[in-house]
Design a protein around this ligand. Structure first.
Ligand SMILES: [Zn+2]
Length: 238
């Protein structure tokens, strides 16, 4: 890991983002796991050999540990999104904020069967992107990568899976690359997912898989170190 200082990425919240090439995307999925939709998302990812980063809610991980273990076994990255997903941490004390973050991490790691005391994956996303400068500082001291996003599907707004897919692909086409925010707990997103991955393949996009330890500042500046493309996606491009 690099020097403490944290990494704040995703242009919808921060000035900088990952150094992705044209048509490279990072799939991030929030608020799970939830039996049903999360399983459908995992099935689609497995079919395409693509890997995602899941920002898990601690209490959901504690309630559904089998899904957390499946994510880990299938090579996905287990990231953190607080214990109870409070709206919003800006109206809570600093102590409640740090406890929410620490309890969430512990719940995810216990569900995954990670015995080590340290933080296995120092990736965090604020619920509703509602950061505070005090918590930003606390996370930076611990060298977390704090994720915003570069584009989203607006999947908190009810719409058909077909409408959501066309909205997301039109936004992606305009932007060309980026960290995509989706919610695996949302039924319309889970229903859209197989067609979404097929559209990425057909459009020549590559899914970039993020792993802990590779986002530290020295490596973030060295393309290739933190990229690992899903093999079938690359095969689909040839
Ligand atoms: Zn969330």
């Amino acid at each position: 890991m690099g020097a403490p200082g944290g990494l704040f990425i995703g242009t919808q919240s921060h000035p900088r983002t990952l150094d992705l090439a044209d048509r490279e995307v990072v799939l991030t999925l929030d608020d799970g796991p939830l039996p049903g939709p999360t399983g459908r998302v995992l099935d689609a990812l497995k079919l395409h050999g693509a890997r995602a980063t899941f920002f898990l809610i601690g209490r959901n991980a504690a309630a559904h540990p089998a899904l957390v273990r499946r994510m880990a076994a299938e090579g996905h990255t287990l990231a953190h999104h607080t214990m109870t997903h409070p709206w919003t941490l800006r109206q809570r004390s600093f102590e409640i904020g740090t406890r929410e973050i620490e309890d969430g991490i512990r719940a995810v790691q216990e569900a995954a069967g990670l015995a080590q005391a340290g933080v296995a994956t120092p990736f965090f996303r604020y619920p509703g992107f509602a950061n505070t400068s005090a918590l930003d500082g606390w996370l930076a001291e611990r060298n977390f990568a704090v994720f915003g996003s570069d584009l989203w599907a607006s999947d908190w707004t009810p719409m058909s899976p077909e409408r959501q897919l066309s909205l997301l692909m039109s936004r992606l086409k305009r932007r060309g690359r980026g960290i995509i925010l989706l919610h695996d707990v949302v039924g319309q997103t889970a229903q859209m997912f197989p067609a979404f991955l097929a559209a990425l393949c057909a459009g020549g996009y590559r899914v970039v898989d993020l792993k802990p330890g590779l986002l530290a500042p020295p490596l973030a500046a060295a393309p290739g170190n933190w990229r690992s493309y899903s093999e079938r996606m690359i095969a689909g491009r040839r």
